[in-house]
Design a protein around this ligand. Structure first.
Ligand code: SF4
Length: 220
């Protein structure tokens, strides 16, 4: 999470520079400045469990940052918004989100993109609707709050120099809307009955509730 946040932070500042100044050298300079200014070394060292040294963290972060050039030419990329906060309702469900990057195309529709520092999802195990759910939800929120339709969604997997794209069609948006409504209904039901069913997956290994031994599925 820290690695992703640091990479996002540096790239946000990179796109705050005039087009011609968006170079790999500028990334290096910004990364150095933000590393010190925002005390990243202290934050990483304070982690209970680390997955390598500070040097490993820096190398991985910098690799993610410069891989951006495999996906686009930053000096020629126009963005209209970064870290855009959305706080709105979709079908009566209150949602909060932050769009990494937003560009308005010639038809006045939004192109929403999001940086990812994790693995590219395996299409065998994750459907397109699941992979793009977060961005489809952002598109629904943008339409609800600002009346701006979305034409395209982009996931920028920096560590693997891979860009996934999806057209934000009415069918895809409707499926995401259904998921939002269903999730809220299930949450409300669980809150009213007090029954929260365990959803055991590989992600449990990163779950705090497993670690502190209060998850019923893993209680010893
Ligand atoms: S450890 Fe328990 S609470 Fe955490 S994700 Fe797994 S099932 Fe859910």
């Amino acid at each position: 999470m820290h690695l992703g946040t640091f990479v996002h932070e540096v790239l946000e500042h990179l796109y705050g520079l005039p087009h011609e100044e968006r170079t790999v050298d500028a990334v290096k300079t910004l990364a150095g400045q933000l590393w010190t200014a925002n005390e990243w070394e202290q934050k990483v060292l304070a982690l209970e469990e680390t997955v390598g040294s500070i040097k490993d963290f820096k190398v991985a972060a910098f690799t993610n940052m410069v891989n951006l050039w495999d996906l686009e030419e930053p000096a020629e990329t126009d963005l209209d918004e970064m870290e855009l906060k959305l706080d709105t309702e979709v079908e009566g469900v209150r949602l909060l989100g932050f769009i990494d990057r937003l560009a308005i195309d010639d038809e006045q529709s939004a192109i929403i993109s999001d940086y990812k520092t994790g693995k590219v999802p395996n299409a065998q195990y994750k459907t397109e609707d699941e992979t793009f759910f977060q961005l489809l939800a952002y598109a629904l929120m943008l339409e609800a709050s600002d009346g701006v339709p979305t034409s395209k969604l982009e996931l920028l997997y920096l560590s693997h120099s891979t860009k996934l794209e999806l057209a934000a069609t009415p069918v895809k948006l409707s499926i995401a809307k259904g998921t939002i409504v269903e999730t809220k209904e299930n949450l409300d039901k669980a809150c009213s009955t007090g029954e929260f069913h365990c959803n055991v997956t590989n992600l449990c290994n990163w779950c705090h509730y497993k670690k502190i031994n209060i998850c019923p599925a893993h209680k010893q």
